[in-house]
Ligand binder design. Structure first.
Ligand code: PLP
Length: 414
């Protein structure tokens, strides 16, 4: 089965009791039972069943099974947001005194989260570019997880998963990959060697910009050493399943980060068109990047540009695509603002992965709380504009940006 067919007809597509083509939205807090004995059996895991949506819900399960199938993971747990998914994954592995190694130039929210974890005694060591050698150099007796973004947003660095996984596994540590910007259409991180894959489903998986959500998929392959990974020691009897079981029955349940059933449904229907949208979005982004690159005084950062430092990874790791995010430098913050304000179709909004093209000036918004050094590690300068390319007609998009640049410069020159 090809990608698009698998999305619609793969083994994870549920057969619903009433013949519904889509899973019903179980928009409830609780589930009732005929007898107290029945509910007791559900609570003691002697009978499959749902009791309370924070602990499980059939609409959430339907969405989780599809992601697990796409990612080739043993299990997947959906969360209230991408940040909730990253938080839950890290807290399931790390406890006070432990260390994380992370690539620099991460999503701004993730940098802020890692700073919050410092107050809980979980320390992050930033590796600059996350390479096998950079990781090997920084591993200590306290390292418990290595975290990177497959295509970083918005710096557009690509993680060499096979190389980094090699270095990380040699030290008995799992590799966690945030693959939000790549999506399963560009890459399957588990097949490349990652142990845990995280998505903010608010972006390309939902695709319509209508629901926040996140998900953690566990390969179920990592051989946990329960002396080292003491945070998982109570779950030792589950062996390679220890992370998933702790994540679902302990961290996720108790921190209370469940996805709402309606949002699980919206993400579920978003998945149907993931392949189609990514094809169009990547094609549009490639064309727009080349058109902008030809304009004097505009410096474009996009993976399919021949001179991009990670260009080779497009073929090697990303299914021949560059993804939907590009950035460009306009020279000054003022020119960046003038260009953004002159756009007709591209909406000024802080999101990526929408059907509509979105633009933002990241330095004055998403990276407001970061230091200049952190911003520049993330590829964010005073004059950087981030574009999340949508599915509009490419000719219209190119015209919108080229005209906006001309109009912005004309306005400046009086
Ligand atoms: C948006 C995003 C997140 C956070 O996801 P939310 O759903 O907004 O909480 C994490 N990582 C990356 C790469 C993102 O783009």
């Amino acid at each position: 089965m090809g990608f698009h067919t698998e999305l619609l007809h793969g083994k994870a597509i549920p057969v619903n009791p009433g013949g519904e083509i889509l899973p019903p939205v179980s928009q409830v807090a609780a589930f009732r039972y005929e007898s107290m004995e029945d509910l007791e059996r559900v609570f003691s895991h002697k009978k499959m069943g749902y009791a309370y949506t924070r602990i499980g819900n059939p609409t959430l399960s339907a969405f989780e099974r599809r992601i697990a199938s796409l990612e080739g993971s043993a299990d997947a747990v959906c969360c209230s947001s991408g940040m909730s998914a990253i938080t839950a994954a890290l807290l399931a592995i790390c406890e006070s005194g432990d260390e994380i190694i992370a690539g620099s130039g991460l999503y701004g929210g993730t940098i802020d989260l890692l700073r919050d974890l410092e107050k809980l005694g979980i320390h992050t060591v930033f590796a600059g570019e996350l390479t096998g050698a950079a990781v090997a150099e920084r591993i200590t007796g306290k390292t418990r997880a290595v975290f990177g973004e497959l295509i970083s947003n918005p710096s557009l660095r690509v993680l060499d998963i096979p190389e980094v996984a090699g270095a990380v596994h040699e030290a008995g540590i799992p590799l966690l990959v945030d693959a939000t910007t790549a999506t399963p259409y560009l890459a399957r991180p588990i097949a490349l060697g990652a142990d845990i894959v995280i998505h903010s489903t608010s972006k390309y998986i939902n695709g319509g910009g209508n629901a926040i959500g996140g998900i953690v998929a566990d390969s179920g392959r990592f051989a946990w050493d329960f002396e080292k990974h003491a945070a998982l020691s109570e779950f030792k009897k589950y062996g390679k399943g220890a992370f998933s079981v702790r994540l679902r029955t302990d961290i996720w349940e108790n921190f209370g980060g469940c996805l709402s059933p309606v949002n699980a449904f919206l993400n579920y229907i978003g998945l149907d068109t993931l392949g189609l949208r990514m094809e169009r979005i990547c094609d549009n982004a490639d064309r727009l990047a080349h058109a902008l690159d030809a304009i004097h005084g505009i410096e474009v950062n996009y993976l399919t540009l021949e001179n991009h430092p990670y260009h080779a990874y497009v073929k090697k790791e990303l299914n021949g695509k560059g993804g939907g995010v590009l950035t460009f430098r306009a020279g000054t913050k003022e020119r960046a603002f003038r260009i953004i304000n002159a756009l007709k179709y591209a909406l000024i909004a802080s999101n990526i992965g929408d059907l509509r093209t979105l633009v933002i000036h990241p330095a004055s918004t998403l990276y407001l709380h970061s230091t200049k050094e952190e911003r520049e590690e993330a590829g964010v300068y005073e004059d950087t504009v981030r574009v999340s390319v949508g599915i509009e007609d490419p000719e219209d998009l190119i015209a919108d940006f080229t005209e906006a640049i001309q109009n912005a410069d004309r306005e400046q020159n009086g």
